[in-house]
Design a protein around this ligand. Structure first.
Ligand SMILES: [Zn+2]
Length: 370
């Protein structure tokens, strides 16, 4: 209530301040969205504040826990210098307004609202107040859909695809929780092989090895993959350009120290929308690709594409390097318990069997390399 006291009046909607936000969370935004006015009076709203997504190009809906939004000040008519504050509220089903205190109560372009799990089932509202020497007025803008958890959203769409939860195993890391970058399990993920620079593979073919790896991901997650025709349109030295509609590309490029790299390359809302795997095309500098090595590498790099980071063992724990996702060469040709728990948790945002909550990701951007 520091801001209201300083300005000498109370917030217009006192019911909205039931849980007072900490003073540090109240931030004044100076935005000259003003129209001239003649009489001395509190500001009057001309155009309501607009809520936008924090990440450019994302869609406003659905409103999912973990999604990030921003609100502008709207346009106001005012007689004197005006300042703005934006407070995020949630509207209970019974109509009462509550602060999203403890999450993010105020936003500016540097301070997005991350929809907290406490807003589940409710509507998030941007409560924007304009203050001048004569008084203060507030106006609300809300998103047109109530907040869902990602798990609710997934289950409503294609919950029947969710496999039985594997046993909990803590030896995994998902990338960038809560914007976890798993894929929305209700879509079909289209992939294609870029055969440019494709090296020889003894005992198998690259499409067969990729299909074998994706079959394991399907089994662990319920994600459905569709193979688009191979392509090879890359001029020498140029980056891969996926054909329209292809979301995941498996390609080949010379690499000195890695057998492959992989990761998410684009996302929308809480989900990944594009990814790439680049395998080393130079067999001489490493060793010949064979069936086992190709499958292990594809499982690892596609694991990054669907959202897994490397397992992060925190001191004093010793990383046993017993997962496909460990950044070392293994002889595994199947995902291991930690891999399987990770694949399940970040796809469905549901805990593995024996755990009571989803494991927060520790993986960072860039950790998906190799
Ligand atoms: Zn890796």
């Amino acid at each position: 209530m520091i801001l209201a006291a300083t300005l000498g009046f109370l917030l217009a909607n006192s019911s909205s301040t039931g849980d007072a936000a900490p003073a540090s969370a109240r931030q004044t935004i100076r935005a000259p969205h003003l129209l001239a006015a003649t009489a001395n009076s509190a500001p009057t709203n001309v155009q309501a504040p607009k809520i936008t997504t924090f990440y450019q190009g994302e869609s406003l809906l659905p409103v999912l826990v973990g999604a990030k939004y921003l609100a502008d000040s709207g346009i106001w008519r005012s007689t004197s210098s005006t300042s703005y504050s934006v407070q995020w509220l949630r509207r209970h089903k019974n109509g009462a307004l509550k602060n999203l205190t403890g999450a993010i109560a105020i936003v500016s372009h540097e301070r997005p609202l991350t929809v907290p799990s406490s807003a589940d089932g409710q509507n998030v509202i941007a409560h924007v107040c304009a203050s001048n020497l004569s008084g203060q007025a507030c106006v609300d803008s809300s998103l047109s859909q109530s907040v869902q958890t990602v798990a609710q959203y997934n289950s409503a769409g294609c919950g029947y695809r969710r496999p039985a939860a594997p046993a909990y195993d803590n030896n995994f890391s998902s990338i960038l929780w809560p914007r976890a970058l798993g894929w929305y399990p209700c879509q079909t993920i289209t992939w294609a092989l870029d055969t440019f620079h494709q090296p020889a593979l003894s005992g198998s073919t690259w499409p067969a090895a990729t299909l074998a790896a994706l079959a394991q991901i399907h089994q662990a997650t319920g994600l459905v993959f569709h193979q688009a025709p191979n392509f090879s349109v890359r001029p020498h030295g140029q980056n891969i350009r996926a054909p329209r509609g292809v979301q995941v590309v498996i390609g080949f490029t010379p690499q000195n120290n890695e057998v492959g790299v992989g990761g998410v390359t684009d996302s929308s809302q809480a989900f990944a929308t594009a990814g790439i795997v680049l395998l080393n095309s130079q067999t001489k500098s490493t060793f010949p690709w064979d069936q086992t090595h190709a499958l292990e590498t594809l499982l690892h790099e596609l694991g990054h594409v669907v959202g897994l980071g490397h397992p992060v063992a925190e001191p004093p724990a010793f990383d046993p390097e017993n997962e496909i996702m460990d950044p070392v060469l293994t002889t595994f040709t199947r995902y291991q318990p930690g891999d399987l728990c990770g694949l399940y948790e970040f796809t469905w945002r549901q805990p593995c069997r024996g755990a009571n909550k989803v494991t927060l990701g520790k993986g960072r951007v860039g950790q998906g390399a190799h």
